[in-house]
Design a protein around this ligand. Structure first.
Ligand code: PLP
Length: 410
C-alpha cells in the first residue's frame, strides 16, 4: 500500500557523505587523529579540528532575550530590518541600479528551493553545473523538474561554450530558462568567475531573454570566504545590464557567513530592471513560505542584523582570521599538488578543492584506495572533494603527494 504521492520517488537518499564521515571517525578512534586524514566535513573547523562558531556571532546571540527568541517573526517575508540588511550586506557598497525584494528563508537552501519550486512548471528543465552541490538535483526531482548540466571547465576556465549550448538547447524545448550559477567560491571546486566571464554570461542571457524569460539563480553561499573579500561583490555590477526579460535571484546563506548552520536563516534576493517582476516573485515566495515553513527564526534574523551592522568590524576581524587560514591550507595543498602533478580543478577560493577524476568509475576505485590509506574524502561528480575548510594546516602538508602516489597505483 502506498501512502505517499504516486509520482514521488521513495528510494532513500544515498547519504554517501555520512557513511564516509562515520568511517573516518571510526579510524580516528582506532588509530588516533595524527594517522588519519579526515577531509570530509563541509563546515569551517579550526586548527584543533573543532567546529568554528564565531565568538562575535554567538556572544550576541546568547544575549538576545528569551522573548525575542520565542516570538514569531514580524511577517512571512521576514523582519524588515533583516531584509534591508541582507540587501546592504550582499551588495556592500554597490547599491545596484535594479529593483529588488528580499524574502527571508530557512538558510540558502530555502532560497534555492523556492526558485526550483516556484519559477519553473512541473516537467520543465532546470540548468545546473555538471559538478555541483547535490541538493540542486534533489530539489529538481522533488519538484518534478528535469535537469540539464553544463560542463564547468575547459582549459582551466569556465566552459562558456557548454554553458551557452546547454541554455540554447533547453530554450528550444521550453518557454523559460532557469540556470544555476554557484559563484563565487563554487562548491566543490572553489572556482570564481572573472568579471569578464560574468559580463559574457549576462550578455548571453539577455540574448536568451529575447526568446523567453530567463532566471539566473546565483547561489552565493560561500561569498564571505572569498580571499579578496572587499572585491567579492564587484561582479554584481554586471547584473545592472540585465534586460527586463532577465531576472536574478541571489540565494544568500547566513549558515556560512556567520558559521550558524543550525539557526536556519538565509534569504532570497530578487533583482530585476522590472518592478513588476520582483514584486511578483515576492508575492509568490511569500505565499510559499507561509504554506511551507511560515516563519524564519526571529532571533536568527535579529542576530544577523546586529552582527553585520553594529558589530561589523569585530565580526569581520574574526572572520578574516579564518579566511586567512583557509588560504594557508589551500596554498599548501595546491602548491604540493602542482609539484607532484596531481590534477585539480581550477581553485581560486572557498571551502573545497576538487581533485579532477573525469571518469566516475576510476574515481570510485580511487576513493576506496584513499580510504585504505586512511585518507577520507567525498566523491563528487568527476572528482574527489578535499574539504580544506575542516582540515588543519598540518594535515594539508604531504597530502597531495600521498594522493598522487595512491593515484599512480590504481
Ligand atoms: N548552496 C551551496 C552550494 C551549499 O553548499 C549549501 C550548503 O552546504 C547551501 C547552498 C545552503 O546552506 P544553508 O541552507 O545551510 O544556508
Amino acid at each position: 500500500m502506498r501512502f505517499v504521492k504516486d509520482e514521488v520517488n521513495t528510494t532513500p537518499i544515498e547519504d554517501t557523505v555520512f557513511a564516509v564521515v562515520k568511517k573516518a571517525k571510526a579510524a580516528i578512534a582506532e588509530l588516533g587523529e595524527d594517522r588519519v586524514i579526515n577531509a570530509t566535513i563541509g563546515s569551517l573547523y579550526d586548527e584543533d579540528e573543532k567546529l568554528v562558531a564565531f565568538e562575535t556571532v554567538f556572544h550576541h546571540y546568547d544575549e538576545i532575550t528569551k522573548e525575542t527568541k520565542a516570538a514569531y517573526a514580524a511577517s512571512f517575508t521576514g523582519n524588515d530590518d533583516f531584509r534591508e540588511q541582507v540587501y546592504n550586506w550582499v551588495c556592500q557598497n554597490h547599491k545596484l541600479n535594479l529593483k529588488h525584494r528580499v524574502i527571508a528563508t530557512p538558510g540558502g537552501t530555502g532560497a534555492v528551493s523556492l526558485c526550483f519550486n516556484e519559477l519553473l512548471d512541473e516537467g520543465q528543465t532546470a540548468i545546473i553545473p555538471e559538478i555541483a552541490w547535490g541538493s540542486y538535483a534533489l530539489m529538481a526531482e522533488m519538484h518534478n523538474l528535469k535537469i540539464a548540466r553544463y560542463s564547468l571547465f575547459k582549459d582551466n576556465h569556465f566552459d562558456m561554450e557548454s554553458f551557452q549550448k546547454t541554455c540554447l538547447k533547453v530554450l528550444d524545448e521550453q518557454n523559460k530558462l532557469m540556470v544555476v550559477i554557484n559563484d563565487p567560491c563554487h562548491n566543490p571546486t572553489g572556482y570564481s568567475l572573472s568579471i569578464q566571464e560574468w559580463e559574457t554570461i549576462i550578455q548571453f542571457l539577455n540574448e536568451c531573454g529575447e526568446k523567453a524569460p530567463v532566471v539566473l539563480l546565483n547561489d552565493i553561499a560561500y561569498i564571505d570566504y572569498a580571499y579578496d573579500c572587499q572585491h567579492s561583490r564587484d561582479y554584481l555590477k554586471t547584473l545592472e545590464s540585465m534586460s527586463e526579460h532577465v531576472m536574478c535571484v541571489i540565494a544568500f546563506s547566513c549558515s556560512k557567513t556567520l558559521t550558524s548552520y543550525g539557526l536556519r536563516c538565509g534569504a532570497a534576493l530578487a533583482l530585476s530592471a522590472s518592478e513588476e517582476a520582483v514584486r511578483s516573485v515576492e508575492i509568490v515566495f511569500e505565499k510559499t513560505a507561509r504554506a511551507l515553513w511560515s516563519n524564519i527564526p526571529n532571533a536568527a534574523m535579529d542576530n544577523f542584523t546586529y552582527v553585520t551592522s553594529v558589530d561589523k568590524d569585530a565580526y569581520l576581524a574574526e572572520k578574516a582570521k579564518y579566511v586567512a587560514l583557509l588560504k594557508q591550507r589551500s596554498e599548501v595543498f595546491l602548491k604540493e599538488a602542482e609539484e607532484v602533478n596531481l590534477p585539480v580543478y581550477p581553485y581560486k577560493e572557498g571551502f573545497f578543492i576538487t581533485v579532477a577524476v573525469p571518469d566516475n568509475s576510476l574515481r570510485d576505485l580511487y576513493h576506496e584506495a584513499l580510504m585504505k590509506e586512511q585518507i577520507y574524502t567525498v566523491k563528487v561528480n568527476h572528482g574527489i572533494r578535499v574539504a580544506v575548510c575542516s582540515l588543519s594546516v598540518k594535515h594539508c602538508y604531504g597530502l597531495a603527494e600521498r594522493m598522487k602516489d595512491i593515484w599512480d597505483q590504481i
